[in-house]
Ligand binder design. Structure first.
Ligand SMILES: NC(=O)c1ccc[n+]([C@@H]2O[C@H](COP(=O)([O-])OP(=O)(O)OC[C@H]3O[C@@H](n4cnc5c(N)ncnc54)[C@H](O)[C@@H]3O)[C@@H](O)[C@H]2O)c1
Length: 272
């Protein structure tokens, strides 16, 4: 018999906690909402597309969880303030914020990129993370507890060829800013009980990211996916569902001493 106690996996539970996920209507945000609910959290599913936010909320309820859907444009100050009010009116607290909403544009090279595409992507991916974080911090400071998880990208850690998916300089720069902003939040608010980490996903296919910007044929997509596999040590792309464990870990007390980290979830893409 071991003289040491067994570890309790209850550390990963989020029972009684309130979690807000932006961009929860589809793709990774939908996975994050279901994952948090599976760990016991009540989920606020927020998206610019209210119908899709409600669809995710309904999926959470079907899992036996509690969820509310809210319409938000994360790039708009008033809209973000209204989302924050809705959360506090409904639950009176907020424990977890997942800044997931994000977009990509056509993968133009820098000298050909329309300035509007730079501004549009950064308005959602960078300004959106700033606005949502700014809005929720006072409540988390009052609680002296909170976990913020920002969704960066491997494209925010190093340059990526324009031939691969919808990755262009506006997207990479926005995700680099998200990585650094996450460290800044961790440093500024650590002594107020607030942790902030970022996940930098590699290629997780099956979401809508960059879909409108990438009018590719099936053959083009197959060729691109083959290239992605060849550049990934695990020789495949990720399944969005594979991100669930890392997200719940970072949200939970299992990560109570983890802050200011940018964790690549990428099949080894950044390990070369
Ligand atoms: N899928 C991947 O491989 C991958 C890799 C790295 C990073 N990411 C990041 O993960 C996040 C989710 O991406 P995804 O692949 O699930 O994309 P997705 O397009 O499937 O989902 C994005 C969601 O965000 C919502 N949204 C867009 N603009 C918004 C706004 N202004 N306000 C509120 N909601 C808005 C959309 O309606 C959609 O529901 C993004 O930040 C993306 O950059 C994804």
């Amino acid at each position: 018999m071991s003289q040491y106690p067994a570890f309790s996996l209850d550390l990963f539970r989020l029972d009684g906690q309130i979690a807000l996920v932006t961009g929860a209507g589809c793709g990774l945000g939908n996975v994050f909402a279901r994952a948090l609910a599976s760990a016991g959290a009540t989920v606020v599913s927020a998206d610019i597309n209210l119908a899709s936010a409600e669809q995710t909320a309904e999926e959470v309820r079907l899992l036996g969880g509690k969820a509310l859907s809210v319409e938000v444009d994360v790039s708009d100050v008033d809209s973000v303030a209204a989302m924050n009010r809705a959360v506090l009116q409904a639950y009176g607290r907020l424990d977890i914020l997942v800044n997931n909403a994000g977009i990509a544009s056509p993968a133009d090279r820098i000298h050909e990129m329309p300035v509007e595409d730079w501004d549009r992507v950064n308005a959602v991916n960078t300004r959106g993370v700033f606005l949502c974080t700014k809005a929720v911090l006072p409540q988390m400071m009052a609680q002296k507890k909170g976990s913020i998880i920002n969704i960066s990208s491997v494209a925010g850690l190093a340059g990526v060829s324009n031939d691969l998916s919808a990755v262009a300089a506006n997207y990479s720069a926005s995700k680099g800013a998200v990585a650094t902003l996450s460290k800044q939040i961790a440093v500024e608010y650590g002594n107020e009980g607030i942790r902030c980490n970022a996940i930098a996903p590699g290629w997780h296919l099956g979401t809508q990211l960059g879909r409108e910007a990438l009018p590719l044929s099936e053959a083009d997509i197959a060729a691109m996916v083959e290239k992605l596999h060849g550049l990934t040590p695990l020789n495949r792309t990720g399944d969005p569902e594979e991100l669930a464990g890392l997200l719940v870990y970072l949200a939970s007390d299992a990560a109570s001493f983890m802050t200011g980290q940018v964790i690549a979830h990428d099949g080894g893409w950044t390990a070369w």
